[in-house]
Design a protein around this ligand. Structure first.
Ligand SMILES: C[S@@+](CC[C@H](N)C(=O)[O-])C[C@H]1O[C@@H](n2cnc3c(N)ncnc32)[C@H](O)[C@@H]1O
Length: 279
């Protein structure tokens, strides 16, 4: 029996990556509290065993765990949240310590922890000290059309970074796709003004990092269509930025789907890291 425990499972990018890496597993235990994340996971992976809030999960109640994975909340670590960037002890980001607790309690053969590349050095060093392995710096831009600088702490043998696939935004967008929503004048003006900052980008070789609130807050990547019209990325394009396969479905509205995608992992990055496992 191969058992996986995925903390902060979101839309279960962990399962997508295991599938992509051709790694078989018997049970996939997920810890997640966001309703639309759980519903989306169950829609695509009905066999997932949802365990709820991480605080209520104890290693002693679980079978042997082979792989423990998780991307603990980054709100208090990321450069994008300058005001709330109080570090690992912050209200959200302290959930990292639940990962550490369950690592001790389940003693898996392998673990993988993901977090943002823009965290302060003191937080990076603390995580490194606690987990006892150095982080791998892996930018999703190597395998996708999105810049996404992330750190991965893992004891899975590292096969080295993949060769740059040279995927550009132009390769994944359809310049004839219609706008999926009406734009107010306020939005048009906001996007053009903010495009001078790091939070908004129009066209370019690669997309800026997609965040959970990117689409709803208009702080995201935009496209100019062949007819000159500015538009949001389509849901299919958001999926492509994270290398999510086309069969994966979101049984929710676009703002909720993009919330999950922005919080999620780049599938081809995680599958590459998982390939070093021998189970
Ligand atoms: C950065 S996201 C991780 C997304 C995930 N890696 C994926 O594949 O989609 C962090 C997730 O932690 C979840 N979360 C927050 N508090 C939690 C808790 N107490 N127990 C379990 N999950 C929690 C959030 O709802 C969010 O989906």
């Amino acid at each position: 029996m191969v058992n996986v425990l995925s903390l902060f499972d979101g839309m279960s990018c962990g399962q997508l990556a295991l599938n992509k890496a051709n790694i078989q597993y018997d049970n996939y235990f997920a810890s997640e509290i966001k309703k639309h994340a759980i519903e989306t996971t169950q829609h695509n992976y009905p066999k997932t065993i949802q365990l709820g809030d991480v605080h209520n999960i104890y290693g002693s109640q679980l079978p042997h765990i082979d792989l423990l994975i998780g991307g603990s909340p980054c709100q208090n670590l990321t450069y994008m949240n300058s005001q709330g960037r109080v570090g690992l002890e912050g209200e959200k980001s302290k959930l990292f310590y639940e990962f550490v607790r369950l690592l001790k309690e389940t003693k898996p053969k392998y673990f993988l922890l993901e977090n943002v590349g823009s965290m302060k050095n003191k937080d990076k060093e603390l995580i490194t000290k606690i987990l006892g392995v150095k982080p791998i710096k892996f930018n999703s831009s190597l395998v996708s059309a999105q810049k996404r600088n992330r750190l991965y702490w893992t004891n899975i043998p590292f096969l080295g970074l993949p060769n740059d696939k040279q995927v550009m935004l132009n390769d994944i967008v359809d310049r004839t796709a219609p706008r999926e929503e009406n734009w107010s004048e306020k939005k048009q003006e906001f996007v053009l003004r903010k495009s001078k900052t790091m939070y908004v980008n129009i066209d370019g070789n690669k997309s800026i990092p997609i965040t959970a609130r990117a689409y709803s807050s208009w702080n995201t990547q935009f496209i100019t269509n062949a007819d000159g019209m500015l538009r949001d990325l389509t849901l299919e394009e958001y999926k492509k930025l994270q290398t999510i396969p086309s069969w994966y479905e979101f049984p929710c509205i676009k703002s909720k789907a993009t919330n999950l995608i922005g919080d999620g992992w780049t599938i081809d990055v995680i599958s590459h890291l998982l390939k070093g496992m021998v189970i």
